[in-house]
Design a protein around this ligand. Structure first.
Ligand code: GUN
Length: 299
């Protein structure tokens, strides 16, 4: 087996983006600007947002965190979104998920102006992506398609099994992999909490993608010999013998699976850095008005 080095590919793609931003700035333009809205004190969300801001800096984008208290109401959050929607200095923004339980994320996300929705979570962008129109592709599914392309991993006619049907990863990824595209033309099965025969489906996968947030859920008994395994999970598990007292693992039991598969994404250093890169690319697209020009829906 071999590792898919998401970290190195991400840095390579970020260097390319940095060069393009540098030329825009050298030509007298302002750099792209991203805002991340962070509600509450979820420690994992804080870390993810910090990493996104660091990546912006690395490529020469400016960025800001709009940190709001846990008690923020749905109405207040929507007011902040409306301000960002009309602020000409903001090219794109994201509302980090999950939101506190008293806020309905679906209700909130529809208020983001589609042309600034660099997460690609707005129904209009999901719809456009589904139809194969120019859109902001959600960052994690985009990152996975880029890794498959870069490593020349064929998807055409392959059996792809996705564990998890989230709106952030599983659902959009299932659409991309089944599209008639260089990273697509696969036969896709989406497994979820009500699926039967999960192990059997997984064992039949040429490409197995785990995105369910269960530490080391996928063991060797669930993986076909020579399969490609993409691990989207980022889970903390206790590790009393380490300085931090915990360790980060994926949804795949890497040690038991690694010798059975052809390719595997490690955690950390696999999908995570590519997700951040996807957000940067969408922000670059927003800055360049690549998806929406002046007309809201242009086909
Ligand atoms: N939470 C987990 N992944 C993501 C993401 O890609 N975007 C946002 N906004 N929240 C997330």
């Amino acid at each position: 087996m071999a590792d898919i080095d998401g970290k190195s590919l991400a840095l390579q793609m970020q260097e390319q983006l940095a060069r393009e931003i540098q030329s825009a700035v050298a030509a007298g333009m302002r750099p792209p600007h991203l805002v991340a809205v962070l509600v509450g004190d979820n420690p994992a969300s804080k870390t993810y947002v910090r990493n996104k801001m660091l990546a912006c800096k690395r490529v020469g984008m400016t960025s800001k965190i709009l940190a709001l208290p846990e008690e923020t109401t749905e109405e207040e959050l929507i007011e902040h979104i409306n301000v960002l929607n009309t602020d000409a200095s903001v090219d794109g923004f994201i509302v980090q998920l999950p939101l506190p339980r008293h806020i309905n994320s679906t209700k909130v996300l529809v208020h983001i102006a589609a042309e600034k929705d660099v997460d690609g979570f707005h129904p209009l962008n999901i719809g456009r992506m589904t139809l194969g129109l120019p859109s902001y592709t959600p960052a994690t599914p985009w990152g996975i398609t880029q890794m498959l392309l870069h490593y020349d991993i064929p998807t055409e006619g392959k059996q792809c099994v996705i564990l998890g049907r989230s709106n952030i990863v599983g659902r959009p990824l299932s659409i991309l992999l089944s599209q008639n595209a260089p990273y697509g033309n696969a036969t896709v099965t989406v497994l979820h909490s009500r699926s039967r025969n999960v192990q059997r489906h997984c064992r039949e996968a040429d490409i197995l993608i785990a995105a369910i947030g269960k530490p080391q859920f996928v063991g060797a008994d669930m993986v076909k010999e020579g399969a490609v395994v993409i691990d989207v999970g980022i889970n903390k598990i206790p590790a009393p013998d380490t300085p931090k007292g915990y360790r980060i693992v994926g949804d795949v039991d890497y040690e038991s699976v690694k010798d059975k598969c052809a390719w595997i994404t490690p955690v950390p250093g696999g999908v995570g850095p590519m997700t951040v890169t996807g957000l940067l690319y969408n922000t670059w697209k927003a800055y360049r008005r690549e998806v929406y020009h002046s007309v809201p829906v242009e086909v």
